[in-house]
Ligand binder design. Sequence first.
Ligand SMILES: Cc1ncc(C[n+]2csc(CCOP(=O)(O)OP(=O)(O)O)c2C)c(N)n1
Ligand SMILES: [Mg+2]
Length: 363
Amino acid sequence: MGSYCSSQVKFGKSKIVDVSSLEAMADRLRIHSIRATNAAGSGHPTSCSSIAEIMSVLFFHVMRYKVLNPKDPASDRFILSKGHAAPILYAAWAETGLFSVDDLLNLRKIDSDLEGHPTPRLSFVDIATGSLGQGLSCAAGMAYVGKYIDKASYRVYCIIGDGESAEGSIWEALAFISHYKLDNLVAIFDVNRLGQSEPTTLQHDVDTYKARLEAFGFNTYVVDGHNVSELCKRFEEAKYVKDYPTAIIAKTLKGKKFSGIENQENWHGKPLGEKGAEIIKLLQDELMKKGTENKSEIVAPEEQIPMVNYPEIKFKEEPNYVYSEKFILKLNNSKRYISKLLYTSMGRSGVLKVLTDKFVKFL
Ligand SMILES: Cc1ncc(C[n+]2csc(CCOP(=O)(O)OP(=O)(O)O)c2C)c(N)n1
Ligand SMILES: [Mg+2]
């Protein structure tokens, strides 16, 4: 692991990395996550804190997107596979200016779309996550479409928890991703050592993660997940790697910067309560000392994605079943739900929508 700790760093042709601004943003995201989960009386602030720098770097340095049109087809995709860290995703979008930071305090309220886990009802979420192990498969589908169907330059970033990575579906997705040489995808493993109720099997053994991911055909980087310069450098390098997908193995601490809580067990899924005010004060004091305003510039994608003509998909021969009236009634009722379910889970992929239309029509 190298050290790239000057306050302004430039890598190759990339834009300047404003280290202190990105660090300050990470702390602001931490503060929002503490406040929102305290207001809700539930949620996962420690799971948010371990990815604060990763989120800051992705949203305020690496990714190209349009704040006022988060689902623009040319934009980079982001999937928070460890969906329980939703408060920091909401905090990042509030910081982009998409909605007010005051709205973050509506987390988990019955009439708020800011649910405990992200859903595609939100303008900036493509797929629902929270059932661990699923996000990377969706990211794989998006990257496949980007590379082979849209043939566009958008990139796909997916954050996976280390506990989550015990799910077999993660490894199935990894095999798919490397088989199809999805070099437009970056899988970020948040190795914070802890799962829900105990340490993970591998804890902080990042070398074993690296060996496994290399065996799966990935270009891998082990980084200090709280070092913004290192993160920026690796995300930038990954853009130039051809034919190999990238895995960033980020060594982090659960509850980073939460004094007395950082790296401790028994803090999963718990708001900080009274300790929150004290920790927010420490983080704010640090922000004041640095005197940093948000100077990060969000970059919109450069190009529109080319129009793709999806071929007309037809059945050779339509089946000719005879249905009872009762069956038809039941079917019509369920159709609405099935189509809604398929549309929300399939995100933006045009080709899948064509198939879905056909499928629902067929039903
Ligand atoms: C399929 C599935 N099983 C179990 C859970 C319950 N659950 C929520 S968070 C969590 C622990 C996740 O640990 P990790 O991936 O390490 O994330 P961290 O909180 O450390 O960031 C579990 C088991 C779930 N959401 N989904
Ligand atoms: Mg963990």
